[in-house]
Design a binder for this molecule. Sequence first.
Ligand SMILES: CC(C)(COP(=O)(O)OP(=O)(O)OC[C@H]1O[C@@H](n2cnc3c(N)ncnc32)[C@H](O)[C@@H]1OP(=O)(O)O)[C@@H](O)C(=O)NCCC(=O)NCCS
Length: 348
Amino acid sequence: MRSKIAGIGYYVPKNVFTNNDLIKYMDTSDEWIQERTGIKERRYADRTGETTTTMGVEAASIAIERAGITPQDIDFIVFATLSPDYYFPGCGVLLQRAMKMKEIGALDVRNQCSGFVYALSVADQFIRSGMYKNILVVGSEKHSFGMDFSTRGRNISVIFGDGAGAVVLQPTEDANRGILSTHLHSDGESAEILAMYNPGTHANHWKETKYADFKDAEMGEMFMSHEMIDHAQNFPYMDGQAVFKKAVVKFPEVIIEALNANHLTPADIKVLIPHQANLRISQFVQHKLGLRDDQVYNNIQKYGNTTAASIPIALCEVWEQGRIKEGDLVCLAAFGSGFTWASALLRW
Ligand SMILES: CC(C)(COP(=O)(O)OP(=O)(O)OC[C@H]1O[C@@H](n2cnc3c(N)ncnc32)[C@H](O)[C@@H]1OP(=O)(O)O)[C@@H](O)C(=O)NCCC(=O)NCCS
């Protein structure tokens, strides 16, 4: 038994922020952003009216309807995000509550840009084992809540955007359809290269670099402190060049791994949906694999990098445009913070 995508949906906030809109807050330019990343604009969630979970609910509602079922038919939730509504509990239970689902299992996945492919892989195993019949897999992010919109944080804040995507996985006995395989990897050696250190419990344990300032108190006052905020240690950090160099190696590697495992070649791919990290990374991967333009889908130009949401949003757009038909080979691939990277190969 394999699992197939029975329904898919996405949601992006209405609020469009162009590169020129960012100039009000930081020293940057439309030219710099487009040249380095390909991004023209991104969406930002309503500041108080939308959360990572509510956007996930919007995407999930569409996916569930398209699968021809109701929220009460869902028997497991896997929710991938790095920007949860609460530090804990995770978004999975908030979605379960908001969608009035039964008292089903809800699992949160914290694998950043690879989160959706990891989540899909977990769901795939539950379907293959026969444990569940309708699994909702969600990737959603509200990055706009906590980025540094001053010039200090511009290398990150121009890249990331908000949005959500979701799929419903169901079992299929059709040998010509479904998820063929998933491939998951990690290398924690570079964990601090793309990370949000605070709030956290690390207490400067892992590196020589002092990632957090806090008082030498007898108890507490370490998880989040006034000192951290005064020193702007509450924002994400990224060494962009180091990420870029690793990404252009690991993306092709994990795609080839998936193809080899299924005795297929790049020429067999109808469409590759790379996680939308940076248009230059996607173009590099396309070139390395010798793929034509029509074999690779990119939408980072209009949404920026939406982390766990980027793959399901792009997959949904490709499907809505009628570019994938039953039996077509679709490859999903992701790389991100951790580092973690992953791929999935499926017959639509
Ligand atoms: C982030 C990224 C676009 C930066 O491009 P880059 O060519 O590596 O640029 P650098 O970081 O070397 O910075 C070059 C200069 O541009 C400046 N700069 C950084 N962000 C800027 C911005 N938004 N606008 C204008 N200038 C900016 C830097 O301060 C630096 O200035 P300096 O030379 O005076 O010190 C690029 O490294 C990248 O895309 N990396 C991958 C990131 C990624 O995919 N992350 C998500 C992983 S899932």
